[in-house]
Design a protein around this ligand. Structure first.
Ligand code: ZN
Length: 260
């Protein structure tokens, strides 16, 4: 199942995505499936129709918790070791954009980079949950790009500005519930050329452990999002680039890059 959030110009609505490519259709549902039971409205919309636009499948109500250096090869390319415990930071919900929305490179950074990541969308209030019980608190999974002002990240000991600026958290294209995420390929292409590649099996701390660890510090609320770290191959984004994060069994999140 794939759950999308979309607009035809007015208020956002939710839909189940059926079919692929040119044949994909949105089966419209009532309400927001993260927070309430939903039903099909009977309306179907072609995804390719003019005026239909996918939105970020979730706008986190309270927080996006991100995990740094969770893949060994990425930690090494950054000149770092994998931390002994998960390294956590936040992005504000104002950083979120959806599929095809532009990433706006801030004028105070000369080095904006992509980090393709598996994103976990929380479905229930989660506090002090064990790794064994953690997956029952997940609503579903989507693709994320942890866009990073690398020069600013290196210059400042707190990462809020480097990783939390407006447009630094593309999410989408939709949420897939009930996925086994132990071994999914994660890749990033820039202008069609592959830059990052890995699988979620290479994570130092796996998804159940991360949810448990994070929930010992912060109460996770429905609609909160966890970004689980990026595989090796991070690199620069330039004006007019198009960056794609593809995760096996989820889909492809595509965003253009603009520098103003
Ligand atoms: Zn990251």
């Amino acid at each position: 199942m794939r759950i999308a959030r979309f607009t035809q110009g007015s208020d956002p609505r939710f839909a189940l995505v059926e079919g692929d490519g040119d044949d994909a259709e949105l089966v419209v549902i009532s309400g927001d499936p993260i927070y309430m039971p939903v039903q099909p409205t009977g309306e179907r919309v072609r995804l390719n129709d003019d005026g239909v636009r996918l939105l970020a499948p979730v706008i986190p109500r309270s927080k996006i918790v991100c995990v740094g250096r969770n893949y060994v090869e990425h930690a090494h390319e950054m000149g770092s070791e994998v931390p002994e415990k998960p390294l956590l930071f936040f992005k504000p919900n104002t950083a979120v954009i959806g599929p095809d929305d532009p990433i706006i490179a801030p004028d105070w950074s000369a080095q904006v980079e992509h980090e393709g990541e598996l994103a976990v969308v929380i479905g229930k209030v989660t506090k002090d949950v064990s790794p064994e019980a953690a997956m029952a608190h997940v609503f579903g999974f989507t693709c994320a790009n942890d866009v990073t002002a690398r020069d600013v990240q290196r210059a400042e000991s707190q990462w809020s500005r480097a990783k939390g600026f407006d447009t630094s958290c593309p999410l989408g294209p939709w949420i897939v519930p009930g996925l086994d995420v132990e071994d999914l390929e994660v890749s990033v292409r820039v202008n069609g050329e592959r830059r990052q590649h890995g699988t979620t099996s290479q994570m130092t701390f796996d998804v159940p452990y991360l949810i448990s660890y994070i929930s010992e510090a912060f109460t996770l609320l429905p609609g909160d999002v966890i970004l689980t770290g990026t595989p090796a191959g991070v690199g620069r984004l330039e004006h007019r680039d198009v960056v794609e994060v593809e995760i096996e069994q989820i889909g492809t999140l595509r965003n253009p890059v603009l520098r103003r």
